[in-house]
Design a protein around this ligand. Sequence first.
Ligand SMILES: Cc1cc2nc3c(=O)[nH]c(=O)nc-3n(C[C@H](O)[C@H](O)[C@H](O)COP(=O)(O)O)c2cc1C
Ligand SMILES: CCCCCCC(=O)C(=O)O
Length: 404
Amino acid sequence: MEHDLDCLTIAELEKLATQRMDRQTRDYYNEGADSGTTVRENESAYQKYRLRPRVLRNVSKVDSSVNVFGTRCSVPFGVAPAAMQKLAHEEGELATAHACQEKGVVMGLSSFSTTALEDVRAASGNTPNVLQLYLFEDREQSRKLIERAKKVGYSAVVLTVDTPLLGRRNLEIRNQFRLPGHLRAANFDLDNDGRGSRSSRSERSDTAFSKDHSAAAKSTAANYREGRRVLPTGPVTFHTHGPNPTLEWDECIPWLKAQASPMQVWVKGIMTAEDAALAVGHHVDGIIVSNHGGRQLDGTLATLDALPEIVAAVNHRIPVHIDGGIRHGTDIFKALALGADFCWIGRPMLWGLAYKGQAGVELCLRLLTDEFQLCMGLAGVARVADIGPQFLYRVKASEFLSRL
Ligand SMILES: Cc1cc2nc3c(=O)[nH]c(=O)nc-3n(C[C@H](O)[C@H](O)[C@H](O)COP(=O)(O)O)c2cc1C
Ligand SMILES: CCCCCCC(=O)C(=O)O
């Protein structure tokens, strides 16, 4: 196997990518909400656990494959939905899709992608895709997206539920983040049938992100305080349309299930046993333990720390996935040992994309795959199903803190 000698770890990938991104992109991708406590905690939570390797267990064949979304995938992790990937590389989501297809890795696509969902699906071949959804107050916009995803063969829709309001991202505000004029939120620039019109696309130019973040946030907040509900108008942007504080379990999940069938319906952004139980009670197909990579509510538990109570509450009734802070193959092993069925990788994939486009995403996936398979072998585990809590030792708080 050929190594990229400049980049042998995700930490090195982060550094290399950071040098290549302009300030606005780097800050948007890397920052967390408020003081960034949760972004850091997501990562450091993995250091609370050490591995307990077993020996003499014949690991001549290590099988890291798992079933997910009805397909056998070679690794128990996928690429998390992340918005606006053309900020990182001109090929954006298509580069990610090609890399995932090449490596047989599931790709989650953000509703706020800079490539149309149909084009991503076409680039993914037989590798499954899931479409991340924000349920807009203008529900018709969401319905159209769901129809389009169904038509082109997405396996699931994943409803993000941790965005009733937009988290406060200070660098985004300071930089007056907006999408550059040559890019657009491609899923909302198309005709209903998903074919789109090139002329209307170019006429729309940068309008999709031209609303200032703080102005949108201020008017939304004022409306809530005064008890006014005003549907956002104008082009769909994540600042204006993404947050939706009106959603409730009993209304939105049955609606989504009815629209999305036969696609699976997942919920992303579960952080408590109570909400996990509600998700099971509302018959979703699976949940993702996530705090949005620390970009929404700062000060939440790390996702790894939230995982055990959620796994216990779900009690094998539906699959439990996790994201947030995964930066090494051993982190994936630890999450599975604590009961996750599958992991999703956010920023490291974006760093790969910024570093070298498709080749960079492939590099990211290869590093994590190699590290995970090596961890399995060295820990004495030949099958993913055999990974369990017996392979972990939780360090004492004092030992953990002294290393931070
Ligand atoms: C730049 C960026 C954009 C994101 N966009 C979305 C999005 O559109 N929808 C969504 O549900 N999550 C989004 N996420 C959150 C990821 O899906 C995922 O939860 C998070 O990145 C996982 O944490 P990690 O970056 O530490 O791996 C985004 C994350 C980043 C870093
Ligand atoms: C309601 C929030 C929409 C944000 C869309 C992009 C995103 O998820 C992010 O974290 O940034």
